[in-house]
Unconditional design. Structure first.
Lengths: 467, 254
């Protein structure tokens, strides 16, 4: 097919001509329409739906401030700590850039946790949005890796010992563990070699994957269209032009809406940056103002707050707790065999895996199972679209008692997070163990509980009250 | 629901558990003079005279002291002991190896010490303020000095001429938690020889020094807060505008 360019009248404006020239060579107008001006989003979004846009904003903040930090930061064990202080003192506006980046890390997790909570409440991961959710969980994993690698870079005591503890976790894997953690560190302890490779991962590798996944997340979302708090598919009721009756163009309606929320977000964000950048030791840990010292282990090593729910699960897995886990696994396999409609081969596979895990728990150290549990606690989110079997998507039309399950799950998650910040105590560990069961119970029992109860009638059209 | 109740009960109990950890010497609240130029200048004078002989502040440039109202000439003539260029960092001549041999530990760099010493017990300045005021004579220690906040610290009481020599009185009291055990409990100081400063003057001098160290830990902190107010005001105006912009579009949506 030969190249065709739309003919504009001779008196067309320069702007029209330029756009026409570009559109013949690059899908500029069509992309703008497909993703913004003619992307129809449900009109009944509530404020929880803004956190996707906010996450994108924080990503941009992190990338831009990160570029400027890299200009002055030295990834060298002898220079790293001082170079951060150099940024804080001698680089013009360096303190602002650094605080935006450190506050941005915590803000990213706050925003993403709320974004995920919204997905959970309104069933945004349900068919046909499974891939949107999977890409999203991938983004969350990247974010955790990004935060972990980045946290070593200031080269303070918490940076150093946090990295030491986490890398040592890989050492708990049977047979290959010690070699694996050595390979990750590039040295026998966390050292300059570790700092250099973590720097490479933090500024190049993970951001590349992260941006790729963000694009995939948005493209997949725009392919199937956004869900909404009612869980109604707006594409089921179209007008004569094929536009959803309950849909409004993302631009301008949601762009002005998001700009409004963005200014509120920035107000809170800058209030932290300018008035409480340490956030009481949660965003910048006090001990991290002490330069890394490989010979001096701090009495209490805690990860930054956003990792603590998962860290708590790791710490809860004591050798006594393994018996409870074995009982849990046995009960779960029994449940699958007796009360599921899976194929026989699946049931046999479940029984075999369950048996291997139970036997494995006798053989391998509790520390290893703690690592496994911590890994599974994140990975299990990938399975969510297939665990939820409820006939409705949104929590609005579920039985009331489902709401209590979500509340208990939320409380368990927050309690785990709180306990992860605190030094371990006997009572704390016992509570963390209960919460670990609640956390996993929420997901693993979902195929059963999510279908139980009397569901409310889902309306044909979204519920919307004009402002 | 029983589980939920248990969890709520546990959540109520938690703060108590957190407090049950080991008791340390309670910290006094440090007065904040970080906006008082005279106090900061006095603090800087004390810092370079007393601290900088052993400790470095290697992230701090001498000429940054212009931010607390000193001229380059004043810095050069009065405060520049370890170097001859005002653009230099506050380094220390003593080698780490020597320091370790003499004091048992290398004196930490003090650039950000006021931020590093914060904990649940109090802010970093609180720690420094209490620490510098709780030295006492203890002949069992190699330096002859001990400290209540940092027991068996390697650092001698550098400010002793100002404060004078004090000893600490301890009492053996019954441990309330463990039967039959006693606790070494601090009951008060005893002034042996007077210092060149009265106790009130000494506290003020330490407060000045700590305020200086707090300022030095983040010289941009006053600028940060000053600009922050304008940024928040600006965003406050933006919120009103974007709110109305949003409303004007959304009034069409039915």
């Amino acid at each position: 097919m030969s190249f065709q360019e739309k003919q504009l009248p001779a008196d067309a404006s320069f702007g029209d001509k330029a756009l026409n020239w570009i559109d013949a060579r690059f899908p500029l107008s069509s992309t703008w329409k497909a993703h913004l001006s003619e992307y129809y989003a449900p009109k009944n979004f509530n404020f929880l739906y803004v956190f996707g846009s906010l996450a994108l904003l924080v990503l941009v903040i992190q990338i831009v401030t990160g570029i400027f930090l890299v200009m002055h930061y030295k990834p060298d064990a002898n220079l790293a700590f001082a170079s951060v202080e150099y940024i804080m003192r001698d680089v013009p506006w360096g303190w602002l850039v650094r605080y935006m980046h450190s506050t941005g890390a915590s803000a990213f997790f706050i925003v993403v946790y709320i974004h995920m909570l919204r997905g959970l409440l309104y069933g945004s991961y349900r068919k046909p949005r499974e891939l949107v959710w999977l890409f999203g969980v991938g983004i969350f994993l990247c974010l955790m890796a990004e935060a972990f690698f980045g946290y070593l870079l200031p080269w303070g005591q918490m940076s150093y010992w946090g990295a030491q503890v986490i890398v040592n976790l890989f050492g708990a894997i049977p047979f290959i563990g010690p070699d694996l953690s050595l390979w990750i560190r590039g040295d026998y302890v966390v050292s300059d070699a570790t700092l250099n490779r973590f720097f490479a991962f933090h500024v190049i590798a993970i951001p590349l994957v992260l941006i790729g996944l963000v694009v995939a997340h948005i493209v997949a979302l725009h392919e199937v269209g956004s869900s909404n708090p009612d869980g109604v598919e707006i594409k089921n009721t179209l007008d004569e032009r094929g536009v959803p009756l309950d849909g409004i163009p993302f631009h301008p309606y949601y762009s002005v809406h998001d700009i409004f929320i963005v200014t509120i977000f920035l107000l809170i964000f800058t209030a932290v940056v300018f008035f409480a950048p340490e956030m009481g030791g949660y965003f910048l840990e006090y001990n991290n103002f002490v330069p890394a010292n490989p010979l001096k282990t701090p009495p209490h090593i805690a990860p930054v707050w956003y990792f603590t729910p998962f860290y708590s699960i790791l710490r809860a897995t004591t050798s006594d707790f393994v018996y409870w886990l074995q009982a849990g696994v046995a009960a779960y396999v029994a449940l699958i065999i007796l009360r599921s409609r899976l194929a026989k081969t699946c049931k046999i596979a479940a029984a075999v895996i369950g048996l291997l895990v139970i036997v494995g728990m006798f053989i391998f150290d509790a520390k290893f199972w703690g690592v496994v549990l911590m890994g599974v606690s994140v990975m299990i989110m990938f399975a969510l679209p297939w665990l939820d079997t409820s006939p409705v998507k949104s929590i609005r039309y579920r039985p009331d008692w489902h709401k209590y399950i979500y509340i208990v799950f939320g409380i368990a998650f927050i309690v785990l997070g709180y306990l992860g910040v605190q030094p371990p105590t006997a009572v704390g560990t016992a509570i963390a163990q209960v919460c670990t069961f609640l956390y996993f119970g929420f997901f693993l029992l979902m195929p059963w509980w999510s279908a139980m109860g009397t569901f409310k009638q889902v309306p044909d059209r979204v519920v919307y009250h004009p402002h | 629901m029983i589980l939920l109740k248990k969890l709520i009960a546990a959540a109520v109990l938690l703060p108590g558990l957190a407090l049950a950890s080991e008791a340390t010497f309670p910290l006094d609240q440090a007065p904040d003079y970080t906006k008082d130029m005279a106090a900061l200048q006095n603090g800087a004078r004390l810092f370079v005279n007393y601290c900088l002989s052993c400790h470095s502040a290697s992230s701090m440039r001498y000429n940054r002291l212009k931010d607390i109202g000193l001229s380059e000439e004043q810095i050069k003539n009065n405060l520049l002991f370890t170097s001859d260029k005002v653009g230099d960092m506050m380094t220390v001549a003593m080698s780490g190896k020597d320091a370790k041999a003499w004091f048992g530990a290398e004196p930490p760099d003090l650039s950000v010490i006021a931020r590093a010493k914060a904990s649940e017990a109090g802010s970093g300045p609180d720690w420094l303020y209490t620490y510098l005021r709780t030295f006492y004579k203890d002949d069992t220690r190699p330096t002859g000095w001990n400290n209540l906040v940092f027991p068996n610290v390697g650092m001698p009481h550098v400010l002793w001429e100002l404060q004078g020599v004090r000893t600490a009185k301890f009492e053996e009291v019954k441990n309330p938690h463990e039967e039959g055990k006693t606790e070494h409990k601090f009951v008060g100081f005893q002034q042996v020889t007077p210092g060149t400063l009265t106790p009130v003057q000494y506290d003020k001098a330490v407060a000045d020094l700590v305020s200086y160290m707090t300022w030095m830990a983040e010289p941009a902190q006053t600028t940060r807060k000053r600009i922050g107010v304008w940024v928040l005001l600006f965003l406050g105006v933006c919120i009103v505008l974007t709110w109305r912009l949003n409303a004007s579009y959304w009034k069409d949506v039915r």
